[in-house]
Design a protein around this ligand. Structure first.
Ligand SMILES: [Zn+2]
Length: 108
């Protein structure tokens, strides 16, 4: 008998600094974007059309990516990062964190 893997679920809320963000796994955002962080509403969305189940490295990286957008906002840095610089910074940090998370799993 094979051991059934428990499907991954998202946390309903994530604290970023002193703010609490709601996390939604939603199919109401088309097919283009993997996720979205609505900093004013404090909502992080993971696109169900792209990630019907969350058990993938890319879904995990998307959550990290959107948390980083929230973090830049909470720290007040997004106001200084125009011309898509926030996206460049978040993308770079996501890649670094993705590597660290992978490394952490390997050394368990
Ligand atoms: Zn982004």
């Amino acid at each position: 008998m094979s051991k059934k893997k428990k499907p991954r679920v998202l946390p309903k809320f994530i604290d970023i600094g002193t703010s609490t963000y709601t996390v939604e796994h939603t199919s109401d955002m088309g097919t283009e974007d993997s996720g979205e962080c609505e900093t004013e509403k404090k909502i992080i969305k993971i696109n169900k059309n792209k990630f019907p189940d969350l058990d993938s490295v890319d879904a995990e990286a998307t959550l990290i990516h959107e948390i980083l957008h929230g973090a830049l906002h909470e720290l007040g840095w997004d106001a200084y990062l125009n011309d898509n610089k926030d996206e460049m910074l978040v993308q770079g940090l996501e890649n670094i964190l993705r590597h660290i998370v992978t490394l952490k799993k390997e050394i368990k």
